[in-house]
Write a protein that binds this ligand. Sequence first.
Ligand SMILES: *[C@@H]1O[C@H](CO)[C@@H](O)[C@H](O)[C@H]1NC(C)=O
Ligand SMILES: *[C@@H]1O[C@H](CO)[C@@H](O)[C@H](O)[C@H]1NC(C)=O
Ligand SMILES: *[C@@H]1O[C@H](CO)[C@@H](O)[C@H](O)[C@H]1NC(C)=O
Length: 464
Amino acid sequence: MRFNSKCQLLVLAGLLLIAIGPSLQTRLRNENNVKTATFLSPNFVLEPGSVINKFYYNIDFPKGHIAIKSFDAEVVDESRNPVPLHAIYLHHWLVARYYQRKVFGVSKYNGHLGFNQSDFIMVRNSGICEMDLPQYFGLGSETRKTVTYVPDPYGIEVGNPVEVPPGYDERWFLNVHAIDTRGSKDMLGCTECRCDLYNVTKDEYNRDIEPNYIGGLRCCYDETRCRTREGFQGPKRSLYLKYTVKYVNWHAFIVPVKIYMLDVTDTWKKQESTGLVSRHHCQIEYEVESCSAAVANNGCIHTKKTSVTFPNGGDVIYAVAHQHPGGVGSTLLGEDGRVICSSHPIYGEGKQPGNEAGFIVGMSTCYPRPGSVKISEGETLTLLSNYSSDQRHTGVMGLFYILLAESSRKSSSILHSGDDMGDIVILHNAVWAIAGFGIAALVAATITYQRQREREEVCEWLLL
Ligand SMILES: *[C@@H]1O[C@H](CO)[C@@H](O)[C@H](O)[C@H]1NC(C)=O
Ligand SMILES: *[C@@H]1O[C@H](CO)[C@@H](O)[C@H](O)[C@H]1NC(C)=O
Ligand SMILES: *[C@@H]1O[C@H](CO)[C@@H](O)[C@H](O)[C@H]1NC(C)=O
């Protein structure tokens, strides 16, 4: 399964169900200009063994031209209490940005137009998987103890009105995949989506699952069910993904960072002489075979490795890996072998939400001193993902999420350039004043004709 094909299908489904309920809870706080907004996803219901894999479009999100400083999430119940992973396993959540065509001048999709590619434009992160992993934010069970804060003066720029194609609105969608493991016969097997436990032979698109596919997302799609203990009963639970966005209003002193995601399953190959361009094909999941029983107690380690050439250069501001249970660490290396970041799982030790024994409840992060860890344009990076292979693991992942302050910020924006502060402030003020008169798009486009050029490129690309 790939997120892209899934997304396309789910876009269709989503458009039919587009009426996204307003969040039940929104809170705004302001600390040192950093605003905090907390939202709830639409409600979802789970019972022992059941699975949801939902896509919610047009979710609540801070409005305006902002720099995101962090994005955190967790599963909560009706009383807003955190729900532990040993009851509800949060397989993953991800949040992606898109442009939605305004319909008949109304920005809410009416749901009757069907799927039309040109009505929905994904705004992908900066790479480097081509079709897969388009998200801006996303984690799994480790969400409670993984720090996501983007240090000053950096921020993830979103909501810039001059970047939105005319006739479109910027929006966000959320994908939540959760498994109710209460009463499960095999907790790890359920969380690793082992096909035998889900009693499925076809995937959600009704394609046969090959016998050598033992586990992974193709076996635990929406509304599948993992085997529970005979006679186990448990009440339905009504749940939400609570997500908290910290952000500041955009201003000229913020340095934008770009989001990159590497996947250890990327099949990209360096082409030495043929001149052919290899494609990034990220499989997302892979399998870890058990090492032989004889050595199992000595702590076998399975290492998966890939090398990819990085398209842009810049300073690494933040990096973190994503692994599943069994993971023992992941390292990103530069071409010269230097460590760009090593990220290790934090396993829980108790019962409380955020510290559940046997689960990865956090990943360690890297915050190199800005300027101290650089990636050069065209540099070949190596990603290693280690898992314990004392037992077999299915559907594991090895991603690396990087925030990069690009060194070649090109013409990317008048608003960002640091050497002409006066103009910037005037431009800002002009844009906002004009916005008040409702013709911001027109005038901003005229003033920032460089932006316009960039936007045209974007539009061409979008219409491909
Ligand atoms: C999709 O949208 C484009 C542009 O609005 C329109 O020309 C085309 O007919 C639409 N296609 C379908 C199948 O609705
Ligand atoms: C597994 O699925 C088959 C048909 O798809 C059904 O007949 C059988 O009862 C299921 N077994 C369990 C344990 O749910
Ligand atoms: C991963 O395992 C390899 C050996 O296979 C080891 O050299 C490397 O240090 C390990 N890295 C991490 C982050 O555990």
